[in-house]
Design a protein around this ligand. Structure first.
Ligand SMILES: *Cc1c(COP(=O)(O)O)cnc(C)c1O
Length: 397
């Protein structure tokens, strides 16, 4: 048994170690005493100018030049042929699932370690999520876990549909997520999905500016989605985008996002149940100004990640780096502790001392609305949630 003296000595050591980390973060952000948030937006370009132009033009709503310009910019940045602007990342996911052919009562495979919006969008489409594990190095869906679950639980029928043998329902899509901007092994995921005739939608909400080789995240699957919420790499207040190389799907997504209105000079004709999911011009103006600064913001965030990486190299805490051959946007820098006990102590200490840190999300299987969903072995996800912490990652002016 450890003596009281040893325990208190260990506690002292831990507090010293955490104190040094706080000091390092305060130095990096040149913020000796004030509160340091996890991720705050940076408006250093044409934001006010474009917003003023929008107000002056009166085109603040869902029609306007900035919406079109935003879509063009997203095509250029990601290299996708088509981009469709949406009100947020959740609606971008919902639309993508619908145009990929997901129907009520069907099932969609996603990862247990993700933000709740990924699963919610599946539910909004009337489908049921199935949860598989993540890889330890990139925190995105594991192709091994995906294959394992499919091999045990799914079959392909004579119509080339993937069927869940347990429920008899069709599995209509696979929805992996690039966690914290770290690109996942999407090519391996797509190989598995091809064998099972599953379309892949990439939740790239967190990975604007992240690449696998030369290709942007979100361009590997049938569709990819982004979010421009207030805490993302860049923001337009609220906003999202769907990208794809498929013209038919892009047109369908835009049609559904604009109340499924049939174009006509004056008639109100709508040919299916649509949604009011189109991004307002006001938000698009902000998005355009932000996207103009994306290269500078990414470079700034990369230099922050370098500083963190250098610091944690000499500690027993691991800084999660981009996989070889990939470029992360380092949206939220992530460290990993050796034990849950230390993770919790660190979260407590930093948040009590004016430095905001956060654990990864609770696993989806722990949330009441998804607790009964099917899942594979989640060993990595369970291991990681007990050790991961996100540390301050804002742009430093
Ligand atoms: C932010 C986020 C979303 C949803 O984006 P909103 O714009 O907030 O609707 C979806 N998935 C992931 C992984 C996210 O981080």
């Amino acid at each position: 048994m450890e003596s009281t003296a040893t325990i208190s000595n260990k506690k002292d050591q831990q507090i010293r170690k955490f104190g040094e980390i706080i000091q390092m973060i305060r130095n990096i952000f040149s913020t000796p005493t004030d509160f340091i948030p996890l991720h705050k937006p940076y408006f250093g370009g044409n934001e006010k100018k474009y917003l003023e132009e929008t107000i002056d033009s009166t085109f603040v709503s869902t029609v306007g030049p900035f919406v079109d310009k935003f879509e063009e910019m997203m095509q250029q940045i990601t290299g996708a042929k088509y981009a469709v602007a949406t009100t947020n990342g959740t609606t971008a996911l919902h639309l993508s699932l619908l145009v990929a052919g997901v129907k009520k009562g069907e099932e969609v495979i996603t990862q247990a370690l993700t933000f709740v919006a990924t699963s919610n969008a599946i539910a909004h489409a009337g489908a049921v999520p199935i949860f598989v594990d993540v890889d330890k190095d990139c925190l995105g869906m594991s192709a091994v876990s995906l294959r394992d679950w499919l091999d045990k639980n799914a079959k392909v029928n004579s119509e080339k549909q993937c069927i869940n043998k347990n429920t008899g329902n069709r599995i209509a899509a696979c929805l992996p997520m690039h966690s914290f901007g770290l690109p996942l092994q999407i090519e391996d995921i797509i190989n598995v999905c091809n064998e099972y005739y599953l379309p892949v939608i990439e939740d790239a909400a967190e990975s604007l500016g992240s690449y696998i080789g030369e290709s942007h995240t979100g361009t590997f699957g049938l569709l990819g989605t982004f979010s421009f919420n207030g805490n993302k790499t860049i923001t337009c207040g609220g906003g999202g985008a769907v990208i794809t190389n498929d013209e038919t799907l892009a047109k369908k997504a835009k049609h559904l996002s604009t109340t499924a209105k049939v174009p006509h000079k004056w008639e109100f004709a709508h040919n299916e149940i649509g949604y009011n999911y189109r991004l307002p011009n006001l938000n698009a103006a902000l998005a355009c100004a932000q996207l103009e600064q994306l290269p500078a913001i990414l470079a700034n965030k990369r230099s922050l990640a370098q500083l963190y990486k250098q610091f944690f190299k000499n500690t027993d805490i691991e800084f999660i780096e981009e996989r070889t051959g990939t470029t992360a946007n380092y949206w939220l820098n992530t460290i990993m502790f050796r034990t849950e006990e230390e993770q919790l102590a660190f979260l407590d200490f930093t948040n009590n001392n004016g430095v905001m840190t956060r654990p990864a999300w609770k696993l989806m299987t722990e949330l009441p609305m998804y607790a009964l969903c099917e899942r594979g072995n989640l060993d990595n996800s369970e291991y990681m949630v007990q050790r991961l912490v996100n540390i301050p990652s804002s742009y430093r002016p």
